[in-house]
Design a protein around this ligand. Structure first.
Ligand code: MLC
Length: 513
C-alpha cells in the first residue's frame, strides 16, 4: 500500500469537492476581497505543481526548500512535494542571507522556492551552491512557480512512499549555534495527525463539522503539521490568516470552532477589546503550544471566554507528545502539559516519585534522525532508543507531565526558539565587541525576550542601537536582541563559565513596565 501521506489526506477530503476548503480572511483595512479555495482546487493545483516537480527528473530524496510568505499556494506547494515523493524543507521567511547560505549549503536542495522580492540575492546564493531550479511564489498568487505549473496536468497519482521515507526536514536551532535538520517521515506525520484527530475530537460533517482558524506561520511544526493536518485530515474548512491580528481573528471567531496558537496569541486576544465570550460562542477548542502558557493567562482566558485552553507539548523532532485531556470530565490543569498521547512512551529519568528529571520519549512520531548528522543523532538518543528531548519535567502518579525547565540553553520568544550561542556568534563579530552573553528575560507579550549583555573592547565605545540595527540586517528579526546592556565584564564561575542564571536574575525586571 502506498504510505504517501498525501493519500491519507486526500482520502479525508469531503465527497463534495466543490465545498470550501480554505477561506482567506481579509485583514481589516487590507486591500483585496476574500479568496475561496475548494477541495478540488487543493487537489488539482497540488497535482499541477507535483507534475512540474516530477518533470524535473529529480532523485527521490531531492529536497525542495521553501522560503516563502504564508499563502494557500505555499500550503499547496507542501502538498505537491508530498505527492511528488520529494522532501519538503520549509524555512522561516524572516531568515536573512547568511542564514539562508547555511541552510542551502546543508540541505543541498534541488529546488528553491522564494518570495519574488528575494529572488535577486537568493537565486545568486542558490545557483552558486549548485541548485538547479529556483522559482518564485508571492503571497498574491504571483511568481514563476504557478506560471510553470499551469502548463502541467491537473491529475497525478502520488508517488509510492514507505512509512519511514522522509517527507520533510524541519530545521531546529542547535545548542552550538548551528541548526540541525530533523527528518520526519510520512509515517511520523500521519501517525501524529491521526492520534490528534481522535484525541481532540475533530467532528465529522454530519455532527456539525469543524472550522479551524489558521493564523500561525506555515514553516513550523505547529502551523504546518498540527494545524493544517488537523483540518485536512478531517475534511474541515480553514479560515486562513496570513498573519495573526487579534482584532481580525476575533471578528471571525463566531464562524469558527477550533483555534491553535502560541501563548503570545492568547495574550493578544485577551488585550483585544472586542474579544469576549460572545465571540467564542461557537468555539469548541482553544489549543496552546510551542511555549509555556502562564497559569495567569489560562485563568484570565477562562474568565473572559468561558474556555479552558488545552495546553499540549511537542517539538520539531517528535511532533506532538502530550496533551491535556479533551474530555470535559477530565481537568485541563494550568502549568501542565497533560498526558502522553496514545502510542507515545514517555519517561522522566531519573524516574520515580516526584523527582524532576530529563524527559525522554519513544513512539511512532519520533523523527528519523538529524539530516547528515549521525553523531548528533546518536548523542540525542539513549542506548535503548529513547529520544532525549532536552526538557526537564516531573510526572505525577496519574502520568500528568509538568515541564520544569530545560537542560539546554534555549530562549523561546513568541513561540520561536532562539539559541544564545548563535546570536552571540554574530554579536562577537561586530566591530569593537570583545564578548557577549545572550539571555532570555521575562516579557509580557513574548514570554521571553532576547537580551544581550555586551562587553566592548578596552577603550572602545560601542553603540547599542547601532548594534541592533546591524544585527537586523544579518539575522532574522526575532533573534535580534530587543535590548543590549553594556558592561565591562561578564560574571563567571570558578570554571570560567559565564553565569547566565545570575545575568537573568539581575535583568529579570528589564521589561517589567
Ligand atoms: C516577530 N518579531 C519577534 C517575533 N515575531 N520578536 C521576537 N519574537 C517573536 N516571535 C519581531 C520582528 O522581528 C519585528 O521586529 C517585530 O517583531 C514585528 O514583526 P511582525 O512579524 O509584525 O510581528 P508579529 O506579527 O507581531 O509576530 C509575532 C507573532 C509571531 C507572535 C505573531 O512571532 C508568530 O506568529 N509566532 C508563532 C511562532 C510559531 O508558530 N511557533 C511554532 C514553532 S513549532 P522589528 O524590530 O523589525 O519591528 C514548535 C513545536 C511545537 O515550537 O510544539 O509547537
Amino acid at each position: 500500500m502506498n504510505q504517501n501521506l498525501y493519500c491519507a489526506l486526500r482520502a479525508a477530503f469531503p465527497a463534495d469537492l466543490a465545498r470550501t476548503a480554505v477561506e482567506c480572511a481579509a485583514i481589516e483595512g487590507a486591500a483585496g476581497t476574500p479568496l475561496f479555495y475548494t477541495w478540488r482546487d487543493l487537489d488539482r493545483s497540488s497535482a499541477m505543481m507535483a507534475n512540474l516537480l516530477l518533470s524535473l527528473d529529480l532523485p527521490t530524496d531531492a529536497r525542495v526548500l521553501a522560503h516563502t510568505d504564508k499563502s494557500v499556494e505555499a500550503l499547496i506547494l507542501y502538498l505537491a512535494v508530498l505527492r511528488a515523493g520529494l522532501v519538503y524543507v520549509p524555512l522561516n521567511s524572516a531568515y536573512q542571507a547568511s542564514e539562508l547560505a547555511y541552510f542551502i549549503g546543508n540541505a543541498e536542495p534541488a529546488v528553491v522556492v522564494c518570495a519574488p522580492r528575494n529572488f535577486g540575492w537568493l537565486s545568486k546564493l542558490a545557483f552558486r551552491a549548485g541548485v538547479q531550479h529556483v522559482y518564485t511564489l508571492g503571497d498574491d498568487r504571483s511568481g514563476s512557480l504557478l506560471q510553470r505549473a499551469a502548463h502541467h496536468a491537473d491529475t497525478q497519482t502520488p508517488v509510492q512512499r514507505a512509512v519511514s521515507d522522509v517527507a520533510s526536514i524541519i530545521y531546529t536551532s542547535g545548542t552550538t549555534g548551528r541548526s540541525k535538520g530533523a527528518m520526519l517521515s510520512h509515517g511520523n506525520l500521519l501517525a501524529n495527525a491521526q492520534v490528534l484527530k481522535t484525541l481532540w475530537g475533530w467532528r465529522p460533517e454530519d455532527e456539525g463539522g469543524d472550522v479551524l482558524i489558521h493564523a500561525l506561520p506555515l514553516f513550523h511544526v505547529h502551523g504546518l503539521f498540527v494545524a493544517s493536518h488537523g483540518a485536512l485530515l478531517n475534511g474541515s474548512k480553514m479560515l486562513w490568516f496570513a498573519k495573526f491580528d487579534a482584532r481580525a481573528v476575533t471578528a471571525r471567531l463566531p464562524e469558527a470552532t477550533v483555534f491553535m496558537g502560541v501563548p503570545t496569541l492568547y495574550g493578544r486576544l485577551l488585550a483585544e477589546p472586542s474579544f469576549n465570550a460572545q465571540a467564542c460562542q461557537n468555539m469548541r477548542l482553544f489549543i496552546s503550544g510551542s511555549a509555556p502558557l502562564l497559569a495567569e493567562t489560562f485563568r484570565q482566558f477562562s474568565e473572559c471566554s468561558g474556555h479552558a485552553i488545552l495546553e499540549r507539548y511537542g517539538m520539531s523532532e517528535t511532533v506532538m507528545l502530550t496533551s491535556n485531556p479533551y474530555a470535559p470530565e477530565q481537568e485541563r490543569v494550568a502549568g501542565t502539559v497533560g498526558f502522553a498521547l496514545p502510542g507515545v512512551d514517555l519517561r522522566v529519568t531519573p524516574a520515580g516519585g516526584a523527582h524532576i528529571g530529563a524527559v525522554e520519549v519513544r513512539g511512532p512520531s519520533v523523527f528519523q534522525g538529524y539530516w547528515r548528522m549521525p553523531e548528533q543523532t546518536a548523542q540525542d538518543f539513549t542506548a535503548d532508543g529513547w529520544f532525549k528531548t532536552g526538557d526537564l519535567g516531573q510526572l505525577d502518579v496519574s502520568g500528568r507531565l509538568t515541564l520544569i525547565g530545560r537542560s539546554k540553553d534555549l530562549i523561546i520568544t513568541g513561540g520561536y526558539n532562539v539559541y544564545p550561542a548563535e546570536v552571540e556568534g554574530y554579536l562577537n563579530e561586530l566591530p569593537g565587541v570583545d564578548e557577549s552573553a545572550v539571555i532570555g528575560v521575562p516579557h509580557a507579550d513574548l514570554g521571553e525576550a532576547v537580551v544581550a549583555v555586551l562587553v566592548p573592547r578596552a577603550g572602545v565605545s560601542v553603540d547599542a542601537l547601532a548594534c541592533i540595527a546591524t544585527m537586523k540586517q544579518r539575522i532574522a528579526g526575532f533573534k535580534v536582541p530587543k535590548h543590549i546592556i553594556m558592561t565591562d565584564h561578564l560574571p563567571r564561575n570558578a570554571m570560567g563559565k559565564v553565569q547566565k542564571a545570575l545575568l537573568r536574575q539581575q535583568h529579570r525586571a528589564l521589561f517589567a513596565h
